[in-house]
Design a protein around this ligand. Structure first.
Ligand code: SF4
Length: 323
């Protein structure tokens, strides 16, 4: 039986320490983020990371920025022009080894930081003009070392669709790690694929079919060498695609197809009306999902009962109340 996050230890997420309220910024302040600290916090175990403090720079310290070219910028202090790049890189190599042992299922970075920013951190030339953008030095090394671990920054998490997408990826990653990667057995990949079909369909019906073909071509003999790496690479590509209202509507009708034989004509009509209200964006996704879950609990259709799509993450996070 596939395990769920409730069955195992808490999901571990890396996080830029200042987002939890640690006063680690160059000027001794923090950037506590209420969603990260208070809403998501109770459901995960955070591993706080502050590259600038952990690599030995003090608090307070001189502010720094990225300089040079955007493909390989340097980390340089504003006024004294001290180049901290090598210090940061040497520290990060060891820290990434430690983080690998933590089994992280995601990382939330502090936006716009020259050390921790996930994307679009400004890169300056020596005279102070912006010449491009790059991830921060540590964030870039993290993403290169762990290309499949879900990452986001606290700024992007204010967007309800990006927030839902990130948390869903974190929970899928956790199940993937525990049920497939650790067990290294083909039958667990089959079960994982079966139970995530509707989630994957909401991201890309075409790529779901491609994933299905990878599974269909698998066996115990070729599982580790070919099937697992191929499936994993495509899985995280699919999960990054945003599940749109249109794609969710199609999945909801697909769910309805599995309930048709149980529903009375007026119940079918009600379900169509609720799905259409969602498609027109008059009600959020949680409304049709709640109605479908009601019938799944009542009639217990095995296929739908097994689908994580109907309960992908804790309802208390209210993620589907806003998409
Ligand atoms: S942004 Fe990164 S380096 Fe700066 S205080 Fe926060 S965790 Fe530390």
């Amino acid at each position: 039986m596939i395990v769920t996050p409730k069955d195992v230890e808490k999901i571990k997420l890396g996080v830029s320490a200042c987002l939890l309220g640690h006063k680690f910024r160059y000027d001794g302040t923090h950037q506590r983020d209420p969603f990260v600290a208070d809403v998501l916090g109770p459901f995960v175990e955070y591993i706080p990371v502050c590259p600038e403090v952990e690599c030995g720079l003090g608090i307070p310290r001189e502010a720094m920025r990225l300089e040079g070219n955007s493909s390989s910028p340097r980390l340089v202090t504003h006024k004294s022009k001290r180049d901290l790049t090598d210090l940061m890189i040497e520290w990060a190599k060891n820290r990434l080894d430690e983080l690998e042992r933590e089994d992280l299922c995601g990382f939330i970075f502090k936006s716009r930081s020259p050390s921790s920013g996930m994307e679009r951190v400004k890169v300056y030339n020596e005279s102070g003009a912006v010449v491009g953008h790059s991830p921060g030095i540590f964030a870039k090394m993290f993403m290169e070392r762990f290309p499949y671990i879900p990452v986001e920054d606290e700024g992007r998490l204010n967007d309800p669709k990006l927030r839902e997408n990130f948390i869903e990826r974190v929970f899928v990653f956790h199940r993937w790690r525990h049920n497939v990667v650790r067990k290294q057995t083909f039958r667990y990949l089959i079960e994982f694929h079966e139970r995530h079909k509707l989630i994957l369909m909401a991201h890309s019906p075409e790529l779901l079919r491609k994933l299905g073909r990878i599974v269909a071509s698998g066996s115990n003999g070729n599982f580790r060498k070919r099937v697992l790496p191929e499936y994993e690479a495509l899985l995280w590509k699919v999960m990054k695609l945003i599940a749109t209202t249109k794609k969710h509507s199609n999945v909801l009708y697909h769910c309805m197809g599995f309930l048709k034989r149980y529903l009375l004509p007026d119940e079918k009509q009600e379900m169509i009306e609720v799905i259409e209200a969602y498609r027109a964006e008059h009600v959020p996704l949680i409304v049709p999902i709640t109605l479908i879950n009601h019938y799944v609990r009542k009639y217990k259709p095995p296929y739908l009962e097994a689908q994580y799509y109907l309960n992908p993450h804790p309802i208390e996070l209210r993620l589907r109340n806003r998409v």
